[in-house]
Ligand binder design. Structure first.
Ligand code: GLA
Length: 388
Protein backbone atom coordinates (compact mmCIF):
# COMPACT_ATOMS: atom_id res chain seq x y z
CA UNK A 1 0.00 0.00 0.00
CA UNK A 2 2.85 2.34 0.92
CA UNK A 3 4.32 1.76 -2.54
CA UNK A 4 0.98 2.51 -4.23
CA UNK A 5 0.43 5.82 -2.49
CA UNK A 6 4.07 6.93 -2.84
CA UNK A 7 4.13 6.08 -6.55
CA UNK A 8 0.97 8.09 -7.07
CA UNK A 9 2.41 10.98 -5.11
CA UNK A 10 5.48 11.11 -7.37
CA UNK A 11 3.29 10.91 -10.46
CA UNK A 12 1.00 13.73 -9.33
CA UNK A 13 3.35 16.05 -7.44
CA UNK A 14 6.82 15.13 -8.77
CA UNK A 15 9.80 13.47 -7.13
CA UNK A 16 11.72 16.40 -5.70
CA UNK A 17 11.81 17.20 -2.01
CA UNK A 18 11.22 15.04 1.04
CA UNK A 19 7.96 13.25 1.64
CA UNK A 20 6.64 11.01 4.39
CA UNK A 21 3.93 8.34 4.46
CA UNK A 22 1.46 7.74 7.28
CA UNK A 23 -1.33 5.30 8.12
CA UNK A 24 -4.48 5.47 10.29
CA UNK A 25 -6.87 2.52 10.80
CA UNK A 26 -10.62 2.20 10.25
CA UNK A 27 -12.78 0.75 13.01
CA UNK A 28 -15.52 -1.71 13.74
CA UNK A 29 -17.69 -1.45 16.83
CA UNK A 30 -18.35 -4.80 18.52
CA UNK A 31 -21.07 -3.51 20.85
CA UNK A 32 -22.28 -0.22 22.39
CA UNK A 33 -24.08 1.51 19.53
CA UNK A 34 -25.49 5.03 19.71
CA UNK A 35 -24.31 5.23 23.30
CA UNK A 36 -21.31 7.52 22.74
CA UNK A 37 -23.34 10.75 22.66
CA UNK A 38 -25.37 9.54 25.63
CA UNK A 39 -22.51 9.30 28.10
CA UNK A 40 -22.42 5.52 27.75
CA UNK A 41 -19.80 2.87 27.01
CA UNK A 42 -18.57 1.58 23.66
CA UNK A 43 -16.46 -1.42 22.69
CA UNK A 44 -14.89 -0.90 19.26
CA UNK A 45 -11.58 -1.98 17.77
CA UNK A 46 -9.28 -0.51 15.15
CA UNK A 47 -8.80 -2.47 11.94
CA UNK A 48 -5.77 -3.25 9.81
CA UNK A 49 -7.72 -1.67 6.93
CA UNK A 50 -7.36 2.08 6.93
CA UNK A 51 -6.15 5.22 5.21
CA UNK A 52 -2.66 5.95 3.88
CA UNK A 53 -1.24 9.35 3.02
CA UNK A 54 1.99 10.59 1.47
CA UNK A 55 2.73 14.21 2.29
CA UNK A 56 5.29 16.89 1.38
CA UNK A 57 5.51 20.26 3.07
CA UNK A 58 5.16 23.46 1.03
CA UNK A 59 6.63 26.85 1.79
CA UNK A 60 3.48 28.77 0.83
CA UNK A 61 -0.04 28.55 2.24
CA UNK A 62 -1.41 26.28 -0.49
CA UNK A 63 -3.03 22.90 0.18
CA UNK A 64 -3.12 20.40 -2.68
CA UNK A 65 -5.29 17.35 -2.03
CA UNK A 66 -5.53 14.21 -4.14
CA UNK A 67 -7.21 10.89 -3.39
CA UNK A 68 -6.59 7.66 -5.26
CA UNK A 69 -10.15 6.72 -4.28
CA UNK A 70 -11.49 9.79 -6.08
CA UNK A 71 -9.10 9.87 -9.07
CA UNK A 72 -11.74 11.49 -11.23
CA UNK A 73 -11.76 14.62 -9.06
CA UNK A 74 -8.06 15.29 -9.72
CA UNK A 75 -6.10 17.68 -7.50
CA UNK A 76 -8.31 19.89 -5.33
CA UNK A 77 -6.50 23.00 -4.14
CA UNK A 78 -7.24 25.16 -1.16
CA UNK A 79 -5.34 27.32 1.30
CA UNK A 80 -4.76 27.30 5.03
CA UNK A 81 -6.19 30.81 4.91
CA UNK A 82 -9.44 29.78 3.28
CA UNK A 83 -10.87 27.04 5.45
CA UNK A 84 -14.56 27.34 4.66
CA UNK A 85 -16.83 24.32 4.28
CA UNK A 86 -17.69 23.78 0.64
CA UNK A 87 -20.25 21.14 -0.27
CA UNK A 88 -18.81 20.82 -3.78
CA UNK A 89 -15.36 20.05 -2.49
CA UNK A 90 -16.47 16.62 -1.44
CA UNK A 91 -14.08 14.58 0.72
CA UNK A 92 -11.51 17.36 1.28
CA UNK A 93 -13.87 18.96 3.78
CA UNK A 94 -12.64 16.35 6.27
CA UNK A 95 -8.92 17.23 6.16
CA UNK A 96 -9.79 20.92 5.79
CA UNK A 97 -12.05 20.63 8.83
CA UNK A 98 -9.19 19.17 10.85
CA UNK A 99 -6.85 22.04 9.91
CA UNK A 100 -9.65 24.47 10.80
CA UNK A 101 -10.25 22.73 14.17
CA UNK A 102 -6.54 22.78 15.05
CA UNK A 103 -6.24 26.45 14.20
CA UNK A 104 -9.43 27.18 16.11
CA UNK A 105 -7.87 25.54 19.18
CA UNK A 106 -4.84 27.80 18.87
CA UNK A 107 -2.38 25.42 17.21
CA UNK A 108 -0.02 27.04 14.77
CA UNK A 109 -0.39 25.74 11.20
CA UNK A 110 2.21 27.77 9.38
CA UNK A 111 2.23 26.54 5.81
CA UNK A 112 0.52 24.28 3.31
CA UNK A 113 1.34 20.83 1.91
CA UNK A 114 0.77 18.44 -0.99
CA UNK A 115 -0.90 15.18 -0.07
CA UNK A 116 -2.13 11.98 -1.71
CA UNK A 117 -4.55 9.83 0.30
CA UNK A 118 -5.49 6.21 -0.30
CA UNK A 119 -8.13 4.42 1.71
CA UNK A 120 -8.63 0.65 1.87
CA UNK A 121 -11.81 1.00 3.94
CA UNK A 122 -14.93 0.97 1.76
CA UNK A 123 -16.38 4.51 1.71
CA UNK A 124 -19.70 5.20 3.39
CA UNK A 125 -19.89 1.65 4.73
CA UNK A 126 -19.94 2.47 8.42
CA UNK A 127 -16.31 1.50 9.05
CA UNK A 128 -15.29 5.10 9.67
CA UNK A 129 -13.45 6.03 6.51
CA UNK A 130 -14.09 9.69 7.36
CA UNK A 131 -12.89 9.50 10.98
CA UNK A 132 -9.81 7.65 9.73
CA UNK A 133 -9.13 10.49 7.28
CA UNK A 134 -9.60 13.07 10.04
CA UNK A 135 -7.34 11.36 12.55
CA UNK A 136 -4.72 10.68 9.88
CA UNK A 137 -4.67 14.36 8.93
CA UNK A 138 -4.29 15.43 12.56
CA UNK A 139 -1.42 12.95 13.03
CA UNK A 140 0.33 14.36 9.94
CA UNK A 141 -0.06 17.92 11.19
CA UNK A 142 1.16 16.97 14.65
CA UNK A 143 4.33 15.60 13.10
CA UNK A 144 4.75 18.43 10.58
CA UNK A 145 4.40 21.27 13.11
CA UNK A 146 5.62 19.37 16.19
CA UNK A 147 2.31 20.06 17.92
CA UNK A 148 2.02 19.27 21.59
CA UNK A 149 -1.09 17.11 21.34
CA UNK A 150 -1.86 13.59 22.59
CA UNK A 151 -3.98 10.95 20.88
CA UNK A 152 -7.10 11.70 22.89
CA UNK A 153 -6.87 15.36 21.92
CA UNK A 154 -6.34 14.27 18.30
CA UNK A 155 -9.61 12.34 18.56
CA UNK A 156 -11.38 15.41 19.97
CA UNK A 157 -10.00 17.54 17.12
CA UNK A 158 -11.37 15.02 14.60
CA UNK A 159 -14.75 15.06 16.31
CA UNK A 160 -14.78 18.85 16.33
CA UNK A 161 -14.07 18.91 12.59
CA UNK A 162 -16.97 16.54 12.03
CA UNK A 163 -19.40 18.34 14.38
CA UNK A 164 -18.62 21.95 13.64
CA UNK A 165 -17.21 21.90 10.12
CA UNK A 166 -18.88 18.99 8.32
CA UNK A 167 -22.07 19.27 10.37
CA UNK A 168 -22.53 15.71 11.64
CA UNK A 169 -23.20 15.60 15.36
CA UNK A 170 -21.24 12.38 15.91
CA UNK A 171 -19.94 11.18 19.27
CA UNK A 172 -16.31 10.47 20.11
CA UNK A 173 -16.16 6.70 19.52
CA UNK A 174 -14.78 6.54 15.98
CA UNK A 175 -12.03 9.11 16.29
CA UNK A 176 -11.10 7.81 19.74
CA UNK A 177 -10.62 4.17 18.81
CA UNK A 178 -8.82 5.10 15.60
CA UNK A 179 -6.40 7.33 17.52
CA UNK A 180 -5.90 4.83 20.37
CA UNK A 181 -6.40 1.41 18.77
CA UNK A 182 -4.24 -1.53 19.75
CA UNK A 183 -3.54 -4.71 17.81
CA UNK A 184 -5.70 -7.67 18.93
CA UNK A 185 -7.51 -5.52 21.51
CA UNK A 186 -10.85 -3.78 21.69
CA UNK A 187 -11.07 -0.40 23.40
CA UNK A 188 -13.51 -0.31 26.31
CA UNK A 189 -14.28 3.39 26.50
CA UNK A 190 -16.46 5.31 28.94
CA UNK A 191 -17.57 8.23 26.78
CA UNK A 192 -18.64 10.23 29.85
CA UNK A 193 -15.05 10.47 31.16
CA UNK A 194 -12.92 9.31 28.19
CA UNK A 195 -11.33 6.76 30.51
CA UNK A 196 -10.52 3.58 28.64
CA UNK A 197 -9.05 0.12 28.98
CA UNK A 198 -7.76 -2.30 26.41
CA UNK A 199 -9.51 -5.66 26.33
CA UNK A 200 -7.68 -8.49 24.57
CA UNK A 201 -9.79 -10.22 21.93
CA UNK A 202 -8.42 -13.74 21.98
CA UNK A 203 -10.33 -15.40 19.20
CA UNK A 204 -8.53 -18.70 18.90
CA UNK A 205 -11.05 -20.53 16.77
CA UNK A 206 -13.21 -17.67 15.53
CA UNK A 207 -12.98 -14.79 13.09
CA UNK A 208 -14.56 -11.36 12.94
CA UNK A 209 -16.50 -11.22 9.68
CA UNK A 210 -17.81 -7.84 8.53
CA UNK A 211 -20.75 -7.93 6.14
CA UNK A 212 -21.34 -4.90 3.95
CA UNK A 213 -24.91 -4.27 2.77
CA UNK A 214 -23.48 -2.29 -0.16
CA UNK A 215 -26.24 0.19 0.48
CA UNK A 216 -24.54 3.54 0.34
CA UNK A 217 -25.21 6.13 2.97
CA UNK A 218 -23.65 9.31 4.28
CA UNK A 219 -24.06 10.25 7.91
CA UNK A 220 -24.86 13.84 6.91
CA UNK A 221 -27.99 12.91 5.04
CA UNK A 222 -29.10 10.19 7.40
CA UNK A 223 -31.33 10.50 10.43
CA UNK A 224 -28.30 10.44 12.72
CA UNK A 225 -28.68 14.01 13.96
CA UNK A 226 -32.39 13.44 14.58
CA UNK A 227 -31.68 10.42 16.81
CA UNK A 228 -29.23 12.44 18.81
CA UNK A 229 -31.77 15.25 19.25
CA UNK A 230 -34.43 12.74 20.35
CA UNK A 231 -32.11 11.42 23.07
CA UNK A 232 -31.25 14.92 24.23
CA UNK A 233 -34.92 15.79 24.51
CA UNK A 234 -35.68 12.61 26.47
CA UNK A 235 -32.82 13.41 28.85
CA UNK A 236 -34.20 16.90 29.36
CA UNK A 237 -37.62 15.49 30.21
CA UNK A 238 -36.08 13.14 32.79
CA UNK A 239 -34.07 16.01 34.28
CA UNK A 240 -37.11 18.28 34.46
CA UNK A 241 -38.96 15.46 36.20
CA UNK A 242 -36.34 15.56 38.95
CA UNK A 243 -33.68 13.03 37.94
CA UNK A 244 -30.22 14.25 38.84
CA UNK A 245 -28.40 12.86 35.81
CA UNK A 246 -26.16 14.38 33.18
CA UNK A 247 -26.61 11.64 30.59
CA UNK A 248 -28.84 8.66 29.80
CA UNK A 249 -25.80 6.44 30.29
CA UNK A 250 -25.98 7.00 34.04
CA UNK A 251 -29.24 5.05 34.36
CA UNK A 252 -29.67 1.36 35.08
CA UNK A 253 -32.49 -0.52 33.36
CA UNK A 254 -34.51 -0.44 36.60
CA UNK A 255 -34.07 3.31 37.07
CA UNK A 256 -35.15 3.85 33.51
CA UNK A 257 -38.27 1.71 33.87
CA UNK A 258 -39.27 3.56 37.02
CA UNK A 259 -38.91 6.98 35.44
CA UNK A 260 -39.73 6.50 31.79
CA UNK A 261 -43.22 7.93 32.28
CA UNK A 262 -41.52 11.35 32.47
CA UNK A 263 -40.72 11.08 28.74
CA UNK A 264 -43.92 12.24 27.17
CA UNK A 265 -43.57 10.75 23.73
CA UNK A 266 -43.58 7.05 22.96
CA UNK A 267 -40.92 7.29 20.26
CA UNK A 268 -38.54 9.28 22.46
CA UNK A 269 -39.13 6.71 25.19
CA UNK A 270 -37.99 3.95 22.83
CA UNK A 271 -34.88 5.91 21.83
CA UNK A 272 -33.92 6.50 25.45
CA UNK A 273 -34.63 2.87 26.30
CA UNK A 274 -32.15 1.77 23.67
CA UNK A 275 -29.49 4.16 24.96
CA UNK A 276 -29.88 2.91 28.55
CA UNK A 277 -30.18 -0.82 27.79
CA UNK A 278 -27.42 -0.78 25.18
CA UNK A 279 -25.03 0.79 27.65
CA UNK A 280 -25.82 -1.86 30.26
CA UNK A 281 -25.49 -4.54 27.58
CA UNK A 282 -22.04 -3.26 26.73
CA UNK A 283 -20.93 -3.58 30.35
CA UNK A 284 -22.31 -7.13 30.44
CA UNK A 285 -20.64 -8.00 27.13
CA UNK A 286 -17.22 -6.84 28.28
CA UNK A 287 -17.64 -8.87 31.47
CA UNK A 288 -18.68 -11.91 29.40
CA UNK A 289 -15.49 -11.58 27.38
CA UNK A 290 -13.41 -11.32 30.56
CA UNK A 291 -15.12 -14.51 31.76
CA UNK A 292 -14.26 -16.17 28.46
CA UNK A 293 -17.96 -16.55 27.75
CA UNK A 294 -18.02 -15.87 24.02
CA UNK A 295 -21.45 -17.44 23.72
CA UNK A 296 -22.96 -14.80 26.02
CA UNK A 297 -21.07 -12.07 24.16
CA UNK A 298 -22.69 -13.28 20.93
CA UNK A 299 -26.13 -13.36 22.51
CA UNK A 300 -25.71 -9.76 23.66
CA UNK A 301 -24.68 -8.78 20.12
CA UNK A 302 -27.98 -10.13 18.85
CA UNK A 303 -29.93 -8.31 21.57
CA UNK A 304 -28.11 -5.15 20.57
CA UNK A 305 -29.20 -5.57 16.97
CA UNK A 306 -32.80 -6.19 17.97
CA UNK A 307 -32.84 -3.05 20.08
CA UNK A 308 -31.34 -1.00 17.24
CA UNK A 309 -34.01 -2.45 14.96
CA UNK A 310 -37.06 -2.13 17.19
CA UNK A 311 -36.39 0.74 19.59
CA UNK A 312 -33.78 2.88 17.87
CA UNK A 313 -35.01 2.11 14.34
CA UNK A 314 -31.71 2.54 12.52
CA UNK A 315 -31.34 -0.83 10.78
CA UNK A 316 -33.50 -1.22 7.68
CA UNK A 317 -34.23 -4.24 5.52
CA UNK A 318 -30.65 -4.65 4.26
CA UNK A 319 -28.98 -4.83 7.70
CA UNK A 320 -31.82 -6.91 9.14
CA UNK A 321 -31.52 -9.40 6.28
CA UNK A 322 -27.76 -9.74 6.72
CA UNK A 323 -28.14 -10.39 10.43
CA UNK A 324 -31.09 -12.78 9.97
CA UNK A 325 -29.18 -14.76 7.36
CA UNK A 326 -26.04 -14.75 9.50
CA UNK A 327 -27.90 -16.11 12.51
CA UNK A 328 -29.23 -19.04 10.48
CA UNK A 329 -25.72 -20.31 9.79
CA UNK A 330 -23.67 -23.00 11.44
CA UNK A 331 -20.81 -21.67 13.53
CA UNK A 332 -22.11 -18.15 14.07
CA UNK A 333 -21.50 -16.81 17.59
CA UNK A 334 -23.28 -13.47 17.15
CA UNK A 335 -24.14 -10.78 14.62
CA UNK A 336 -25.35 -7.18 14.70
CA UNK A 337 -25.31 -3.98 12.72
CA UNK A 338 -22.29 -1.80 13.46
CA UNK A 339 -21.76 1.97 13.30
CA UNK A 340 -24.51 4.48 12.69
CA UNK A 341 -26.81 2.10 10.78
CA UNK A 342 -29.19 3.08 7.95
CA UNK A 343 -27.15 0.79 5.66
CA UNK A 344 -23.43 0.25 5.97
CA UNK A 345 -22.11 -2.87 7.67
CA UNK A 346 -22.97 -5.59 10.14
CA UNK A 347 -20.37 -7.46 12.18
CA UNK A 348 -20.38 -11.13 13.10
CA UNK A 349 -18.20 -13.58 14.98
CA UNK A 350 -17.96 -16.92 13.22
CA UNK A 351 -16.11 -20.20 13.86
CA UNK A 352 -13.02 -20.18 11.64
CA UNK A 353 -13.74 -23.51 9.98
CA UNK A 354 -17.27 -22.37 9.06
CA UNK A 355 -16.38 -18.95 7.65
CA UNK A 356 -16.28 -19.99 3.99
CA UNK A 357 -19.69 -21.64 4.07
CA UNK A 358 -21.08 -18.80 6.18
CA UNK A 359 -20.09 -16.22 3.58
CA UNK A 360 -21.51 -18.25 0.71
CA UNK A 361 -24.85 -18.87 2.41
CA UNK A 362 -25.34 -15.33 3.71
CA UNK A 363 -24.49 -13.95 0.28
CA UNK A 364 -27.07 -16.16 -1.39
CA UNK A 365 -29.80 -15.41 1.15
CA UNK A 366 -29.14 -11.67 0.92
CA UNK A 367 -29.10 -11.58 -2.87
CA UNK A 368 -32.34 -13.51 -3.06
CA UNK A 369 -34.12 -11.03 -0.83
CA UNK A 370 -32.39 -7.72 -1.63
CA UNK A 371 -31.48 -8.22 -5.27
CA UNK A 372 -27.75 -7.51 -5.19
CA UNK A 373 -24.66 -8.92 -3.49
CA UNK A 374 -23.26 -7.93 -0.11
CA UNK A 375 -19.51 -7.94 0.52
CA UNK A 376 -17.52 -9.65 3.26
CA UNK A 377 -14.28 -8.80 5.01
CA UNK A 378 -12.59 -11.24 7.37
CA UNK A 379 -10.75 -8.65 9.43
CA UNK A 380 -7.87 -8.38 11.88
CA UNK A 381 -7.69 -5.92 14.76
CA UNK A 382 -5.05 -3.30 14.05
CA UNK A 383 -2.94 -0.62 15.69
CA UNK A 384 -3.20 3.15 16.11
CA UNK A 385 -1.88 5.66 13.50
CA UNK A 386 1.80 5.77 12.65
CA UNK A 387 4.46 6.86 10.21
CA UNK A 388 5.25 3.98 7.88
C1 GLA B 1 -21.29 6.85 14.04
C2 GLA B 1 -20.78 8.01 14.88
C3 GLA B 1 -20.33 7.53 16.26
C4 GLA B 1 -21.41 6.68 16.94
C5 GLA B 1 -21.96 5.62 15.97
C6 GLA B 1 -23.13 4.90 16.55
O1 GLA B 1 -20.27 5.96 13.75
O2 GLA B 1 -19.70 8.63 14.24
O3 GLA B 1 -19.96 8.62 17.06
O4 GLA B 1 -22.42 7.49 17.42
O5 GLA B 1 -22.33 6.18 14.73
O6 GLA B 1 -22.75 4.15 17.65
Amino acid sequence: MKEIVEAKFKEIFGTEGRFKTYFAPGRVNLIGEHTDYNGGHVFPCALTMGTYATVREREDKILNFYSINFDELGIISSSIENLVYNENENWINYPKGVIWALKDEGYNIEHGFDVVYYGTIPNGAGLSSSASLEVLTAVILKDMFKLNIDNTKIALIGQKAENKYVGVNCGIMDQFVIANGKKDNAVFLDTATLEYQYAPINLENEKIVIMNTNKKRGLGDSKYNIRRAECEMALEELQKGGLKIKALGELTEEEFEENKYLIKDEIRQKRAKHAVYENQRTLKAVQALRDNNLELFGKLMVESHNSLRDDYEVTGIELDTLVEEALKQDGVIGARMTGAGFGGCAVSIVKTDKVEKFIKNVENGYREKIGYNPEFYVVEIGDKPRII
